[in-house]
Design a protein around this ligand. Structure first.
Ligand SMILES: [Zn+2]
Length: 726
């Protein structure tokens, strides 16, 4: 499985959370679910805070410390610094926050006669955008810097900034100055509406005592959420097995296991990294049962308590805010608009997916009976094993052989080529750029037509100690209009971060097909972040509704499944001219649909679980709800006595009442893809429209309006249902 994907938002409250558990990839043996685990912008209602807005027509004036703007058109100083002396990053972080606070205090204290749109709204947008440009490159170091001091100072800076933004976004004096300003054009109208939405989601329209009540509830909620994730991070559950019980597991895996104190047993942890290899390969059913029961019961007692308390607090917050439930509160401002709409969407898929799921489970049972004629049903702990083994038998996919055709440099060059043709831009490596690790590269993006410099991105692909462990797209400097000649624009900078297999044994970095799909997906986010032309930082790039942000990248995952594209992306590492052979390609494509009925049913079950918890109006027994939905939607008995939701990190990590978004955005991804499949996957015409309407707009308009423009009709779910064979 590829790592989960994350799109990070720029500096902001609750943003840039360390990644939570990817419960989705765990039980899935089928192709990737590329996920985002961050709180991207227009998620205004985010756990109590609006996102940090970025800027208006300004220079990156007060923010030169970490970010050195381009010196002259075409060439760059180091864009993002990484060479900090001990203590320097912390000092820069403090200066940026202090300066921002001073500007915002001045704004809040502005005499009534001096208040107008420029001196209030635009001043606020500019101050927060300047802050973002100053501190995002600093906090980014907490994810990538190989220097221990810089790394930890980056993380500390992030915490300070988050706290600062929570304070700002709950300041009534600032809100009062902003709220009655009159916009003069459509862009300003959008800006004020998005900014106020964020403040209002934080309760700034409430009376003073209700606001105080809500702040109190949110503080309690944040503490429960943080305890939940700390418990999971520190979880040390393990299961002991005798060597006989571990038959089927690869020798190198067994070799890495620790022994029990008396030496008679082998210890298997319940870390996520163990789940794939263990459940796919352990031959004995009882071994898998024991392990999965422990895995599904990590922090079972403690976290169940925290989750159920959090659900109760969320109900209270929704009530104070005037909503009938937490889902309505959270989803306001997103595409789905409210909980009922999201639930209706999920329910519309239920019966159709159930029948596909039952077909998949029946296939697994048939296979199980070939192995054990006495078998009468598939158990929860069989699903991964049977799926993996059946896929191996029926499609005989030799993953290692396939890797040989995907050396990283060939894939990346091919990917650049594809995106370049499609979007009308080209990428050039900036030589001798100052970077945080020798294998990191910096590229500039220029327009194919007029050669104009558009922005920059870094690539950081090789794993290192203390580096962020998943695949992600980090915006570092937001695109925004700046003071100067007409049309002056601050060029965006972003970074793609992933952990591809490093070169070894004389072989270059070789990618699995999942890896290829992952970086194609992530690069889709990078283009969203850098090709933006939105005037204000807070509505530019991928700062779009949380249930839309994945759609562009989900759409682009289709490219590395196309024969012509795969031809461009492949080349044997010993001879780049040798493309992925047709026989391997056919097998790869044939296996794409394998077990998708089960996979999507599970996604639907998790989304329904989340929505059931968060549309409830009284106490919730989380395990009972899970057991009912699992049985009903997967058609398999749940494991008695376990507490799955106690380790479902999304529910306490920013995706509460948000899990539906993965499926929701896939509908639009599939719909947008129809235009490309009709015109050709390299059509510069459709690619150009996509760039102009979807990518350049950012959050300048509602996603639904961008989709209508791009499609030339109302969006619909036909293509999504067709993809799922429903
Ligand atoms: Zn993504």
């Amino acid at each position: 499985m590829p790592d989960q994907c994350t799109v990070f938002a720029q500096v902001g409250p609750m943003l840039r959370k360390r990644s939570t558990v990817d419960v989705v990839s765990f039980a899935s043996v089928t192709p990737s679910l590329l996920m985002i685990l961050s709180l991207t912008a227009a998620a205004g209602a985010f756990s109590g805070c609006s996102k940090a807005p970025m800027s208006a027509m300004s220079k990156t004036g007060n923010a030169p410390a970490a970010f050195a703007p381009a010196q002259s058109p075409g060439e760059v100083a180091p864009l993002i610094r990484s060479d900090y002396k001990k203590g320097e990053l912390t000092a820069l972080c403090k200066v940026a926050i202090d300066s921002s606070r001073a500007r915002l205090d001045a704004l809040a204290n502005l005499a009534a006669e001096a208040q107008n749109f420029d001196t209030t709204l635009l001043a606020f947008e500019t101050a927060t955008a300047d802050l973002s440009d100053a501190v995002t490159p600093l906090t980014f170091m907490g994810y990538v810097s190989p220097n221990a001091d810089t790394n930890s100072e980056g993380s500390d800076c992030e915490q300070s900034v988050n706290q600062f933004m929570v304070d700002i976004n709950t300041r009534k004096d600032i809100y009062d100055v902003l709220k009655d300003q009159k916009p003069r054009n459509d862009s300003e109208k959008r800006l004020i509406s998005e900014l106020l939405k964020g403040f209002e989601a934080n309760g700034l329209k409430l009376s003073a005592d209700k606001l105080a009540q809500m702040k109190n509830l949110k503080t309690q909620l944040a503490s429960l959420e943080s305890q939940f994730s700390t418990n999971l991070n520190n979880d040390a559950s393990r299961v002991e097995f005798s060597a006989n019980e571990l038959v089927g597991l690869p020798a190198d895996y067994l070799g890495g296991l620790k022994k029990s104190t008396d030496g008679s047993k082998l210890i298997v942890t319940t870390r996520e990294s163990d789940s794939g290899v263990f459940l796919n390969n352990a031959t004995l059913s009882e071994t898998r049962r024991k392990w999965l029961a422990a895995y599904y019961d990590r922090q079972g007692q403690a976290n169940t308590l925290l989750l159920e308390k959090a659900i109760g607090l969320r109900q209270q917050i929704a009530q104070v805010m005037g909503y009938s439930n937490w889902a309505d509160y959270r989803i306001k401002g997103r595409m789905a608009t409210d909980g009922a709409t999201a639930l209706k969407f999920l329910n519309s898929l239920k019966d159709k997916l159930a029948s596909r799921d039952r077909d998949d489970i029946a296939k697994l049972l048939k296979f199980k009976q070939e192995l054990d004629p006495a078998a009468t049903k598939v158990e929860a702990w069989d699903i991964n094993y049977l799926s993996y083994q059946l896929k191996k038998r029926d499609f005989s996919l030799d993953e290692e052989k396939i890797r040989e055709y995907f050396p990283a440099d060939v894939v990346i060059a091919g990917m650049f080529d594809v995106y370049s043709q499609l979007l009308g831009v080209h990428y050039t490596e900036v030589q001798n750029a100052a970077v945080w690790s020798p294998d990191v590269k910096l590229y500039k993006i220029e327009d194919n037509k007029d050669g104009k410099l558009i922005g920059y991105f870094y690539t950081d692909f090789i794993p290192r100690q203390a580096k962020y462990g998943h695949a992600a797209a980090f915006p570092l400097i937001a695109g925004r209009a700046v003071a100067g000649p007409v049309g002056a624009y601050s060029q965006p900078v972003a970074s793609i971060v992933a952990n591809l297999t490093p070169p070894s044994n004389g072989k270059p970095s070789l990618l699995s097909h999942d890896d290829v799909v992952t970086i194609f997906h992530e690069f889709g986010h990078i283009m969203h972040q850098t090709l933006t032309k939105a005037p204000y930082a807070s509505i530019s790039g991928s700062a779009v509704a949380q249930d839309f942000v994945e759609a562009p990248s989900q759409m682009l995952e289709n490219w590395p499944w196309d024969a012509e594209i795969l031809n461009k992306l492949s080349g044997h590492y010993l001879n780049h001219g040798k493309k992925l052979p047709k026989e391997l390609l056919d097998k790869l494509i044939a296996a794409r649909d394998f077990n998708q009925g089960y996979y999507y049913s599970r996604q639907l079950m998790l989304a329904t679980l989340d929505m059931t918890y968060h549309t409830a109006s009284g106490p919730v027994d989380s395990a009972v709800v899970y057991n009912i939905l699992y049985k009903e939607m997967i058609g398999v008995d749940p494991i008695p006595g376990t507490h799955f939701s106690a380790s479902f990190g999304h529910l306490m990590g920013g995706y509460d009442a948000g899990y539906y978004g993965y499926l929701w955005s896939e509908v639009y991804a599939a719909d947008m893809f129809t235009k490309f499949s009709a015109a050709g996957l390299l059509s510069p015409e459709v690619g150009g429209e996509y760039r102009r309407i979807i990518l350049e707009s950012g959050n300048s308009r509602d996603a639904i309006d961008l989709l209508r423009d791009f499609l030339g009709r109302e969006p619909n779910s036909d293509a999504f249902l067709k993809k799922l064979h429903l």
